[in-house]
Design a protein around this ligand. Structure first.
Ligand code: ADP
Ligand code: AMP
Length: 215
């Protein structure tokens, strides 16, 4: 099964993707995570992407589609893919069709997480992750069970993204509205889109997604 999680920054795509990884053994393909790893490693892609990401703008279609193709090539054909943060433009959506077809895969669902834009700034500015295992947390909505200790791996180191500040979030939302939202009608015409209330509690969002995947 190959699915796209679609929604603006902070909608809960990463949160739901990691649940699907844990529950179903699917593989999360997050272009944001791949780009952050490239920036950290100082690769040529990372050097090109850093300033664009810090500004909240979009990295080139060629770069992100290349990363997705490479990642899919490292997966077993039986492993399902969760596309998180990709595609983000009409050109990327077209590339994804080609990338999947050339590997004998096809899209099963495009799940749109519908969220109230006013809530997104709070979600994003309160977001942090475990520096060791990447588990996601939130200052108000998902704190570790024991303060300062990661539930999943026990690490006491956490980090925040440099682009998770209010000013950059506004640019990222504008990019979503202008360039990403227009790809929804394309998938809708193909009967692939299902909507989920992303403002509900995380477990309810997960249950709604599970229902779609099991339908
Ligand atoms: P995205 O990957 O779409 O940018 P995340 O999954 O990282 O979004 O979620 C952004 C922040 O909001 C995280 O700190 C996460 O813990 C929190 N969050 C995710 N889903 C919900 C939800 N349904 N209700 C409240 N907070 C949520
Ligand atoms: P994300 O982790 O999905 O919030 O992405 C963080 C940043 O990485 C974005 O603001 C963009 O600068 C860049 N990025 C991630 N995915 C893409 C993509 N599919 N296309 C273009 N830029 C991307």
């Amino acid at each position: 099964m190959n699915i796209i999680l679609l929604g603006p920054p902070g909608a809960g795509k990463g949160t739901q993707a990691s649940k699907l990884v844990a529950d179903r053994g699917m593989v999360q393909l997050s272009t944001g995570d791949m780009l952050r790893a490239a920036v950290k490693a100082g690769t040529p892609i990372g050097l090109k992407a850093k300033a664009v990401m810090d500004a909240g703008e979009l990295v080139s279609d060629e770069i992100v589609s290349g990363l997705i193709g490479e990642k899919l090539d490292s997966m077993a054909p039986s492993e399902g893919a969760i596309f998180d943060g990709y595609p983000r433009t009409e050109a990327q959506a077209r590339s994804l069709d080609e990338i999947l077809a050339s590997r004998g895969r096809s899209l099963d669902h495009v799940i749109e997480l519908e969220v109230d834009e006013d809530a997104l700034v709070e979600r994003i500015t309160g977001r942090y992750t475990c520096a060791n295992c990447g588990e996601g947390y939130h200052d108000s909505f998902k704190q570790p069970k024991v303060a300062g200790i990661c539930d999943r791996c026990g690490s006491t180191e956490f980090k925040r993204r440099p682009d998770d500040n209010e000013e950059t979030v506004r640019t990222r939302m504008a990019e979503y509205r202008a360039k990403t939202a227009p790809i929804l009608p394309v998938y809708e015409a193909r009967g692939l889109v299902q909507r989920v209330d992303g403002m509900a509690d995380m477990d309810l969002v997960s249950a709604a997604i599970a229902k779609i995947l099991d339908s």
